[in-house]
Design a protein around this ligand. Sequence first.
Ligand code: ARG
Ligand code: ZN
Length: 458
Amino acid sequence: MKRLLALTAAAFLTLPLTPAAADPAGTPGAPGAGDPYFPGQGNGGYDALHYDLTLGYDPDSGRLSGRAVIAARATQALSRFNLDLVDTLSVRSVTVDGRPASHAQSGSELVVTPARPVRDRRGFSVVVRYDGQPTHVIDPDGAMDGWIKTGDGVYNANEPQGAITWYPGNHHMTDKATYRFTVTVPSSRVAVANGDLVRKASKGGRTTYVWNSREPMAGYLATVSIGIAQLTDRRIGGYRVTTSVDPQAAGDATGFAERHPPVLDFFSGLFGPYPYSSTGGIVDHAPEVGYALETQTRPIYPRVPSQSLLAHELAHQWFGNSVTPTLWRDIWLNEGFATYGEWLWADKLGTQSVQAAFDEAYARPAEDDFWQVPTADPGGPENLFHAPVYDRGAMTLHVLRGAVGDAAFFAILRAWAGEHRYGNADTAAFVALSERVSGQDLGALFDAWLFKPGKPSL
Ligand code: ARG
Ligand code: ZN
């Protein structure tokens, strides 16, 4: 307390002595974050801290109207800066710190020129009002991504680039932020987002859902999923489990909520504490999408998930969501780890041992194309979710485990999740951490498994 007072006094004393810097004109923020797989993704010159998104959606007309309030901090003096948003949505107005700002849209770049430059290291607030008929984008691998319409609403999965289809932001995964979602839909529908449900209120045939996502989140992990569904929000086994299930969903959803705590307890024991204030899942009927996504706190599934898919998406909460790569080419840090989570859970259930899962994956013949893709760089955005990223990634972890032993291996996983909690880290950091924790030189192992094409020998 005393120290705090002394500091405060010192701060006051130095204030008048610091000459007021001339307002610098600033320079434009970079239009991308510098990721070679998606050069336009993300933006430079500022750090987004919080998104307060107010959305209204009508599934019948497909119309979205949105207001995004973005709290950010400048990392350079900015004459202008970009946000990422598709230009098929119309931006009606932008303000910066309450003053009208001029704006231009081109492709997925929204260029904002504030009335006055934003000074370096200043906090500032951007308000974007926009509307239109959102549609999904097609990824380099051919998958639908973003605001994907279903028969009754929206399947909203955004990895790697779908966030541009429904809200403006700094959409590279290195800029994490907290979120609040206020979503109004016809009362026949449910709107589910990430984090904790804080309010639900109906008026005039429409229902507003407010979701608070208090831990930092990368944009590709945000979701606002809308449809006819049964919503449950309960405490089970020490977790707040919030689920929504489309009655049309394929599969047996009985006990879906109850299936989460055992998996989370098991992973907490191996990886360290579960990183989020709530959990659960969104089960939709979306056979045309086909894939699930580890949307933060609450994965989204196109059908009722199997035990292995559930384990995969829940393992991502530690690996991918809490610890996030710095570049897309490091995607094995997500998918290899989540696949290893599947193997661990199957072993725990007695379905298949980890060793048997490894042997099955390793049995691919050496001349198979599978082995030509090095784990740590799949070669391009079209290969992000290819089998080598998942299976060779998981095999890499199993070989590491064999080399350092169980104690060091799980200490490495816990240190990875603990030291980079809510942050970003790359493959080089994982290699360095593994060597530090195990005290071994793992150069040859990682070289063969992560960086070189070809089937590594055992
Ligand atoms: N991360 C998701 C999972 O492994 C897969 C996302 C696939 N996205 C895509 N564009 N193909 O569960
Ligand atoms: Zn995955």
